[in-house]
Design a binder for this molecule. Structure first.
Ligand SMILES: Cc1cc2nc3c(=O)[nH]c(=O)nc-3n(C[C@H](O)[C@H](O)[C@H](O)COP(=O)(O)OP(=O)(O)OC[C@H]3O[C@@H](n4cnc5c(N)ncnc54)[C@H](O)[C@@H]3O)c2cc1C
Length: 415
């Protein structure tokens, strides 16, 4: 490493939702923060672009004006189709026929969302270094030294937010498997479709065809007559990359998809990416508690749904609080681990149980039937699915707070 180092309280590697959330939270607490990303924003991220209530709530907290972002599409109803073809229309807005104020779900391209998050970090005083890929990381006196884009940085803590293929992890744990090679992980395919039907451009669909279980397929509406279409597949089945890709081709050519998108739809090239969904408390921190892993680099995504934006934001914010509240280096790691053990680790355990139910057609059919059983189940199962309140409420009473079911939706001034 070269000699002239720049000093920060915290250096963050990766400017996706996890890294940006950590950066904004730390900068607001008065820390000197550097955020390095190998990319230049706006940059593509292979994703379904769907935002749950949990994600929207945290984005609001971080001051990101999501409803104003280019192409943002509000969603008030989820259409869920079981293996037998039964459809449950799950209302997320409580406003009956008219949309109620606030947002419980939405879709916005990650190209735009992540650029807005990084812009908010810059505005909060974070030193953003684009085009700075991590090259080296090592212990240094009083903290950690990293080299990124030929620049040497020193910091008391590093937040590793560099995604599913985390380079920080590879450098610090050269002999361990990447985070996304657990059987609990997902692999997902996504393509943007253009010229879609009016229904596809305005409705959000999730299908559970028997051949994809416990995975599923989706079509999420986007402004400009487009839709984000994809499938989420369980890893650990032993299938090769070619076999997984064949599953995408079969879905892309299926009458089910054509019936929603219409005959005139055209696809941009498909992309695929892993979704690590097996958090390990032991591997949450490294280098004597100086490095904290967040988001996909920590395996934080949901093992039931594959959603990971809310979890990336949650872990980024939790790591930032652990660092700014801790007095000594090991305090930060201990605080972070115990915050995650009490929240996300518990959520993942329950989500794995739900995934086992969805692995069989009978279980998936029962789940959709239960969701549509009556007005109450439609309303609360939908909000539970969309992370409006801790999902663990049903199994862990300590996660219950007064008023948790009646809190207003995020962005409650938006109609
Ligand atoms: C096809 C697909 C569909 C999905 N759909 C949804 C969805 O609809 N809703 C949802 O909530 N979740 C979804 N997810 C999951 C979600 O995309 C991820 O969980 C989320 O992006 C994780 O955020 P992150 O900040 O941890 O990582 P990322 O968003 O991957 O960000 C990592 C950042 O690190 C940078 N980086 C990487 N390596 C380096 C390096 N060496 N040096 C510096 N920077 C580096 C990258 O450039 C990137 O900016 C989907 C995932 C896939 C694959």
């Amino acid at each position: 490493m070269s000699e002239a180092a720049e000093h920060f309280d915290v250096a963050i590697v990766g400017g996706g939702p996890a890294g940006a959330a950590a950066a904004i939270t730390l900068a607001r607490s008065g820390a000197q923060v550097a955020l390095c990303d190998k990319a230049y924003f706006p940059r593509e991220k292979c994703c379904g672009d769907g935002l749950t209530t949990g994600a929207l709530r945290r984005l609001e907290q971080l001051g990101v004006a999501v409803p104003g972002l280019a192409g943002f599409t509000r969603v008030d109803t989820l259409h869920v189709r079981s293996p037998s073809g039964r459809v449950a229309k799950v209302p997320l807005s409580s406003g009956g026929r008219r949309a109620a104020p606030g947002l419980r779900a939405g879709v916005v391209r990650r190209l735009d969302l992540d650029a807005a998050l990084v812009a908010s970090a810059r505005k909060a005083g974070v030193r953003v270094l684009e085009g700075h890929g991590l090259e080296a990381i090592a212990p240094a006196e009083g903290g950690v030294a990293i080299e990124a884009g030929g620049r040497l940085l020193r910091a008391a803590h590093v937040v590793a937010a560099d995604g599913a293929w985390s380079t920080v992890r590879k450098v610090l744990e050269p002999s361990s498997a990447p985070r996304h090679q657990s059987p609990a992980d997902w692999h997902a395919y996504r393509a943007y479709a253009h010229g879609v039907s009016a229904s596809a451009a305005s409705e959000l669909w999730v299908w559970f065809p028997s051949e994809l279980l416990p995975g599923y397929a989706w079509s999420f509406p986007l402004a400009g007559g487009r839709a984000n279409v994809g499938i989420c597949l369980a890893r650990g089945s032993g299938e090769s990359g070619g076999e997984l890709a064949e599953r995408w081709r079969r879905f892309a050519d299926s009458p089910l998809l054509a019936s929603l998108l219409g005959n005139g739809a055209t696809f941009e090239p498909v992309r695929s990416w892993p979704i690590p969904s097996a958090l390990s408390l032991e591997r949450l921190c490294a280098l004597d508690g100086r490095v904290l892993f967040v988001g996909d680099a920590a395996g934080a995504a949901d093992p039931f749904s594959g959603e990971g934006v809310a979890q990336a934001l949650e872990t980024g914010i939790a790591a930032a609080h652990a660092i700014s509240d801790g007095r000594a280096s090991h305090d930060a790691a201990a605080r972070y681990r115990s915050a995650i053990a009490a929240s996300l680790a518990l959520e993942q355990r329950m989500a794995r149980a739900c995934r086992r139910v969805m692995a069989r057609p009978l279980g998936a059919r029962g789940a959709v039937r239960l969701t549509g059983a009556n007005a109450w189940t439609l309303r609360y199962v939908g909000r539970w699915l969309y992370e409006d309140f801790p999902r663990t409420l049903v199994v862990a009473p300590h996660t219950w707070r007064r008023g948790v079911l009646s809190q207003p939706p995020p962005f409650s001034s938006v109609r």
